[in-house]
Design a protein around this ligand. Structure first.
Ligand code: A4P
Ligand code: MG
Length: 170
């Protein structure tokens, strides 16, 4: 069993609905169907500025899938929610799912890098990670609470209608 942290992002269409739908799909992959999600944040775009603001969150769950199987599942969930691959890097998308952490594993391959390459630099990833798990240490990188004040600060605003929740599926 491996504890996986997945970043969720959306900046097209009903952004919060896309993330809610993805959480249900992720719950189907999770051991006991339990996914714990951070609060949702509205965040200024990293990359091209002529795109709408994102909604970002991070979730955590235990899985028996290996990391490559999990990546394939994340890409399948992105594609059922209308993500077109092969577009400009960092451009608008209805759903982006990134595998941030997979247990204590460090993986560097062409298809998959874990911890995720951007993890230490993005406030819209570190803040929800710290919300979920304030004591989290990123293997080979450091503690989230140390990284957060030093990372690039994209404007992030906590969305008040959402709060921490778990999804349980039988
Ligand atoms: N890949 C390698 N490692 C991983 C991993 N740990 N998780 C490979 C997921 N994928 C991984 O990803 C490109 C390739 O990365 C995949 O084929 C996979 O094999 P992609 O999702 O197709 O491309 P992308 O998302 O456009 O590019 P990239 O570099 O992954 O972008 P990011 O880092 O996902 O950033 N601004 C705000 N405020 N909030 C955001 O969430 N997101 C992005 C996209 C841009 N600006 C943003 C946000
Ligand atoms: Mg991505």
């Amino acid at each position: 069993m491996n504890r996986s942290y997945v970043a969720l992002g959306s900046n097209l269409g009903d952004r919060e609905q896309h993330i809610d739908d993805a959480l249900i799909e992720l719950a189907l992959l999770a051991h006991y169907g339990t996914v714990r999600c951070s609060p949702f944040y509205e965040t200024d775009p990293m990359g091209p500025q002529n795109q709408p603001a994102y909604v970002n969150a991070v979730c955590v769950f235990d899985t028996t899938l290996d990391p490559f199987e999990l990546l394939a599942e994340l890409q399948r969930i992105e594609s059922i929610q209308g993500r077109q691959r092969g577009r400009e890097r960092w451009s608008s998308r209805p759903l982006d799912l990134d595998l941030l952490l997979y247990g204590q594993r460090r993986i560097v391959t062409e298809r998959l890098t874990v911890p995720h390459v951007g993890i230490a630099e993005r406030s819209f990833v570190l803040q929800p990670l710290a919300d979920l798990d304030p004591g989290l240490v990123i293997p080979g990188v450091g503690a989230v609470t140390d990284l957060l004040p030093r990372c690039q600060q994209f404007g992030i605003r906590r969305l008040h209608l959402r709060d921490e929740k778990s999804i349980h599926r039988d």
